[in-house]
Design a protein around this ligand. Structure first.
Ligand code: CP
Ligand code: NVA
Length: 314
């Protein structure tokens, strides 16, 4: 197991420096090529990943478990309500006891501070598998996918159309580090707040190229990538109807995409609500890379696990 001294977590994208992201991408590219040739590694033989899910998941859970199995390891997942995190048992005790069993923990929680608490007490790496504040694994894999598709990241303009949510925040935290421009086109009240902008500039150590737009048509005019996500995230179901009305002009559809440059890519972290934030014609169309994007969760998270568990050789 990882000694506490070298312990690293991945709670937000800021937990990896640029070189480390580069290393994760290098491993991801190598293991992806490996898997495509039908080869598997034993680099994680005997290692176990413990996963806690307070919210539903398909991609995160399956991609982490598959990453472990393809590398000779094992994963166990458990629903948050079964553990009763913070109710049946304190977060501290769960973190300390799980650390005696498993080599790393992935957790999907409602409150971001719960992931932070797990990371504070755990004696093995803790990975944020989505919280109400951030979805760092998603952003990490998405930037890898964009680089794979476009060859380079410098000057690439990602326009996020919709809610300034956990996915949007994580992308805004990562994209500027690779010379990318980021625009959030959102209705009033759903933009990033000032505290987020201030914290981001402070964490990055430079003033990032992050813009805010109200009009999605105007916003996508110079987009290389148009990204969208659900209008109501998990935990916001009671607001879904209200948001549906408000976000209607922000649907990524054929009409919106006619304002974007020819060949602009379309991304969505999935699950998608077809007919709400994205139309069938666009998600199923030539510009959509959503399934490649989803596939790369597997490869990039495998690279991340290798990094956090100190695996040098694939
Ligand atoms: N994109 C994503 O994290 O999907 P799941 O909610 O299915 O894990
Ligand atoms: N913003 C979405 C992402 C799901 C992967 C949510 O939090 O529900």
């Amino acid at each position: 197991m990882t000694g506490k001294r070298n312990l690293r977590h991945f709670v937000t994208v800021a937990d990896l420096n640029d070189d480390e992201v580069g290393r994760v991408y290098q491993t991801a590219a190598e293991t992806k090529a490996h898997v495509k040739k039908g080869l598997h590694t034993n680099a994680l033989a005997g290692r176990t990943l413990g996963m806690i899910f307070e919210k539903p998941s398909m991609r995160t859970r399956m991609s982490f478990e598959t990453a472990m199995v393809q590398a000779g390891g094992h994963a166990i997942d458990i629903r948050g309500e079964e553990i009763g995190l913070g109710k049946r048992e304190s977060v501290k005790d769960v973190a300390l006891v799980m650390s005696r069993y498993v080599d790393a923990i992935v957790a999907r929680t409602f409150a971001h501070r719960r992931i932070e608490a797990l990371a504070r007490y755990a004696e093995v790496p803790v990975v944020n598998g989505l919280s109400d504040y951030a979805h760092p694994c998603q952003a990490l894999a998405d930037v890898f996918t964009i680089r794979e598709k476009l060859g380079s990241l410098d000057g690439v303009h990602l326009v996020f159309v919709g809610d300034g949510n956990n996915v949007a925040r994580s992308l805004a935290m990562l994209c500027p580090r690779f010379g990318m421009k980021f625009t959030l086109a959102a209705p009033k009240g759903y933009e990033f707040d000032t505290a987020f902008h201030e914290k981001l500039a402070k964490t990055l150590g430079f003033d990032p190229d992050i813009r805010a737009a109200r009009d999605p048509r105007q916003a996508v005019r110079e987009a290389h990538v148009v990204y969208t996500d659900v209008w109501a995230s998990m935990g916001q179901e009671s607001e879904a109807e209200k948001r549906k009305q408000l976000f209607r002009p922000y649907q990524v559809n054929g009409e919106l995409m006619r304002n974007a440059p020819h060949g602009a890519l379309v991304m969505h972290c999935l699950p998608a609500h077809r007919g709400d934030e994205i139309s069938d014609e666009i998600i199923d169309g030539d510009q959509s890379i959503v399934y490649d994007q989803a596939e790369n969760r597997l490869h990039v998270q495998k690279g991340l696990l290798f990094f956090l568990l100190g695996v040098e050789e694939i």
